[in-house]
Design a protein around this ligand. Sequence first.
Ligand code: NDP
Length: 318
Amino acid sequence: MKYNRCGKSGLLLPQISLGLWHNFGSVDSFENAESIAKAAFDKGITHFDLANNYGPVPGSAETNFGKILWHNFQGNLRDEIVISTKAGYTMWNGPYGDWGSRKYLLSSLDQSLKRMKVDYVDIFYSHRFDPETPLEETMSALDYAVRSGKALYAGISNYNPEQTKEATEILKRLGTPCLIHQVKYSMFVRTPEEGLLDVLEEKGVGCIAFSPLAQGLLTDKYLNGIPENSRAHNPNGHLKEEEVSEERIRKIVQLNDIAKERNQSLAQMALAWLLKDNRVTSVLIGASSVGQLNNNIDSLQNLNFSSDELNAIESILK
Ligand code: NDP
C-alpha cells in the first residue's frame, strides 16, 4: 500500500480506504464483515470509514466495527488505524437527531464512541451542509470535538465549493484546520471537477472520493443484467435497479473493453482513473467480499494512463 499525505496535514492515508456503509450492518453476515476488515488491514488499508447511520439498522455498522476491533485490534493496533465517523443525516427521532447543530453533532459523536467502544475517533465529519444552522455553529462543534480529545481531526462531506471555502476559513480561524473533504466522485459523477478540487488544493485540504465504483456499476458486475448477489438487487442496497439503465450498460461495456486492453478489471481501471489525480488522497471503496477487496487493491499496480486511453474514456463518458 502507498500512503498519501492528506492535504497539508501530517496525516497519511492509504490510497484505498474501506467504507462500512453497506455489508457491515446487523442484517449482514458478521463473519464476512470481519473477514473483509481483517483482509483490508493485512493489505495495508489502515483507514476505516463509518457514519452514525450506517447499517441497517442505523448504528449497527459502528456496533459491529466495535466488535471487530475488540476481536482483532487489541492493544497498540488502535494506533495503527484511522477510524472516521460522521453525523449529519437523520439518526434519531425528535428535533436533535439530524442536520448540523452543536447539540446533534456532539451527542452523536458520544453515541458513536459508545457503539464502537473507543475513546476517540481519528476523523469526525459534518456529513452534510445544514442550510438552517449557522456554519459557525457546525464548525465550532467540530472544533470542540477535536479540543475535547474525542476526535483528532475534523472533516466535511457533501459541501459545495462555496460552502467548503467558508467552512475551511472558519475552522482555520478556530485553530482546527479542515483535514479532509469526503465527496462523491467517479467516472460517472464528475461534479468535484467543477471547482471543488481547486478549492481543496488551494486550502490544503485532502480529498477522499466516495462511491468510486458508482456503487458497483463501474465493475464487470452488471455487464449481463442485474445478478442476485448485487447491491442493485438487494432490498437494503442504495443502488436502485433503474440506475442500471441501458445507456449506463452501453458505457460500462465500452469502458470494460479499455480496461481489458490495460490488463485490468473495470473496477481496477475506475479506481486508477481517480488516483491519477494527485489532489485525490484516497478512494473510499465498499466491498461485499474479500475477493472484491483484493481485486480493487490490485488497481494500484497500474495508475498510469496514456493520453489515448484518457481520450477514449472521455469520449465514452460524454
Ligand atoms: P463503491 O462505489 O466502491 O461500491 C462498492 C460496491 O461495489 C460493493 O459493495 C460491491 O457491491 C461492488 N463492488 C466493489 N468492488 C467490486 C469488484 N471488484 N467487482 C464487482 N463488484 C464490486 O463504494 P460505496 O458506494 O460502497 O461507498 C464506499 C464508502 O463511501 C461507503 O462505505 C462510505 O464509507 C462512503 N460513503 C460516503 C457517503 C457520504 O455522504 N459521505 C455516501 C456514500 C458512501 P455488491 O453488493 O454489488 O457486490
